[in-house]
Design a protein around this ligand. Sequence first.
Ligand code: ZN
Length: 435
Amino acid sequence: MSSSSDNTGELIYRFLEQLWPYCRSITGDGVRQTLSDIQQHLQALKVLEIPSGTKALDWTVPDEWNIREAWVKDKKGQTIIDFSVNNLHVVGYSEPFSGKISKKDLLNHLFSLPDQPDLIPYVTSYYKRRWGFCVPYNMLRDFRDDEYEVYIDSDLEPGSLSIGEYVLKGETDKEIVFSTYCCHPSLANDQLSGVGLATYLAKWLSDKHRLKHTYRFLFLPEIIGSAAYLQKNADHLKKQVIAAFNLTCVGDNRMWSYLPSRSGNTLADKAILNLLKYNTAGYKAYTWNDRGSDESMFCAPGIDLPMVSLMRSKYGEFPEYHTSADTLGGTVTVEGLETTFNMFLKLINALENYAYPRALVFGEPQLGKRGLYPDLSIKGSTATVKHMLNVLSYSDGYHDIFDISNRSCIPVEQVLTQLNKLSEHRLVTLEPVNS
Ligand code: ZN
């Protein structure tokens, strides 16, 4: 399994440009259009529609929201806020409104960020009905008229919540889940990057002739989508899933971040920590207390799925987060997407080859007679076989490939290379004890 690419970052970036303009929310046609575009790459992607009012764990699927037009005009009839210019200008889930209102009333419906006065904030109100607009703080001083005309052409009525599900069957029923959310409008790192990465990882896997594990990709609205999906699928997932990853904030090239599962000691945690250790110059480790995304549902008590986030700059932590500055080119770069994609290929490669290797000979084997050891013993001549001997000596059936990597201080890819050589010579087996 080849584990690197040198142009997928570019392809993902172009795909994100295509998805960029849609006004996504937790329900509605923006999500459906996004899922339909993903189907251009993943024809077998199933779209599940879950009706408003359906129980979703402790939540209820809300009414569906769609918006066509929204603006504010001053007394001269000039449009001063326009949804068609930037979809962040409207509070997500704004109910319809049309009428003239005083400046004082309008200001009560405007949201801005005094600390980032030039940016439009991303604001939603899913569970309390209201309407509103989001503007740069610096724009507030331009509201000098005593009356304004407001128009929001939206629907907020029973419909459904859409989820994309793509399953690739492997040789075993044991599953690896990649989940991402597709509920933010035009925001690049906090969220579109995850959609692009998930699509291209699924596409890459779908080209493989042989997969050991079954892979499940989920494109769902954050939190409520997870709840709705788990309501139906938690029992199955609890039985089959060995590792799960929340794909979010994966497109900037600034740093690496790790957010653990609730228990912190799952295979997913172990794999990500190992990869970060050997493939990055450093990373920021967050704790479960820093969570803020779908892991809250997937790892909740009683569900306990092993979900971990490997991110670049974590949501909530980078200055452009949830503002109009989180753009393609502003936060998300081709290089960021490319390096993250390649890191996930390393992850998949390691998980596909996951094993507790066992030595097949008693005592340290004589490598020389198998052509694996230098036939002349002189100072320095055994340096090249050091890694092989280390890998072999940890192959006791109790250390998995990540333990062996950590103990022998080499990346897991190198462990796998050594194990391949050792198993060709029948010195180790990668098969489980009972098979
Ligand atoms: Zn967000």
